[in-house]
Design a protein around this ligand. Sequence first.
Ligand SMILES: [Mg+2]
Length: 397
Amino acid sequence: MKITDLKCAIIGTSPVVRIVTDEGIDGYGQGGYTKPFLKPFVEYFRDQLIGADPTDVERTMLRIRQRGSFKPYGTALSIIENALWDIAGKAAGVPVYKLLGGKVRDRVATYNGNLRSPIAENSPEAYADAMRTMKALPHNFRLVKQGVAFHSQMKYEPGFYFGTPQPKVSHGILDRGLLTHQGMSHVVECVTAMKEVLGDDVMLALDCGPGMMPTDVVRLSEELEHLNITWLEDTVTGDYTPYVLADVLRDVTRKSRIPIHTGEQIYLRQHFRELIETRAVDIIGPDPADVGGMAEMKWIAEYADLHGILIAPHGTGNGLLGLACQVQVGATMPANFIAFEYPTGNPDWWYDIVDGLPDPIVVDGEVEVMERPGMGIELIPEAAKKYLREEDQGFFD
Ligand SMILES: [Mg+2]
C-alpha cells in the first residue's frame, strides 16, 4: 500500500488530516479546535509522505518526526501518526488497539475537564455552582478538573499576584509570579467550596498553571492537603510552555503531599525521559494529538509505569476523532492509567458527521471501546461536506 495524497481541512475550527492511499483506504486525524492555523504546517508534510507504506507507521513517521516540536506544533505530526494508525487498522481489519498491543480493558475511564457551566464571577460560590453542574451530569464522571490560579480568571483579579497579566491575545499566554496572601487564600476558599459540593463521590483535580512559583505550589499543597485533591496540574510549567524544567518540578513533587501532574505540551518520549527517570512528577498527562501520536503515548505510558508514575492523558480540545484516539490507546495502557480528559464535538454538529460512537458515549464515567476497524469511528463524508469551507471543498474527493 502506498500513500497517494495528504489533505488538511479546517472542520469547525479543528485541523483534520486525511491521508489517501492507492488501495482505496483512507485515514483521519484531528487536532485541537484552537489550532486552525496549523493547516499549512500539516500540508507541508504531503510531499514527504507520498509513496510511503502507511501500514509501516513507524517507518513512515521517521520521514517527518524531526519537524515537530512542543505544543502547538507537535499537533501536525501527531494527527498524521494517528491517521496512519487509522489506515493500518482498516487495512488489517482490526481496531487500532489490536496493533498497539491489544486491549487490557473493555471500557476506558474518562474525566471531565470540559462539560461545565461558565464561572460567572470569581467567587467561591460560583466555583461551587460549577461543581454542582458537573456533578449532576448523566455521565457520572468520577473525577472532574477545574482550573484555578494561573489557569483561571483568578489571575486577572487585582492583587492576586505580584505581576501584571498579559492581554488575552491568544491561547497559552505565560503569566507568572508569586501569589499574594489574598491570592493564595482565594484559591483555598474556592477549592474548599468546590470540595464541599463534590464530597467524597467525585474526585477533584486542579489545573493551576503554568506560572506558579515553586514555593507557592508547595504552600498550596500544604493548605489543600486535608481536601484529598487528586492532582495539581501544570503548576510551574505546562500547557503552552515550550520547556519542561524537570528538576524544578522534582523539588516541588518531593515537598508536596498532593500528586503533581504535567506534560500536555510535551512532544516526544525524549522530553518525558528526565521527568520519568528522576520521578519529577507523580502523574504525566501527554496529549495524543501533541505528543507525537498514539504509539508515542503508549510507549511513554509503559515507561512511566516502570517508574511508578501514573498517566492521565490530556486532550479536551481534540474533538470526536481525538476521543476515539484516547479510547483506542487508553484500552491498551497498563494499570498506571487513570482516565483521559473528555473531548466533545465542537461545534455540536460534529456528532452528526461521525459514525460509530457509543450512545450514550459515557456511562458511569467510562467509554466502551469501539470495535470497528481503524480508529473505531468514521467521518461521514456526505454529512460532513456541507460544513467544509470554500477552500476545502475537495477534501473528500
Ligand atoms: Mg492542563
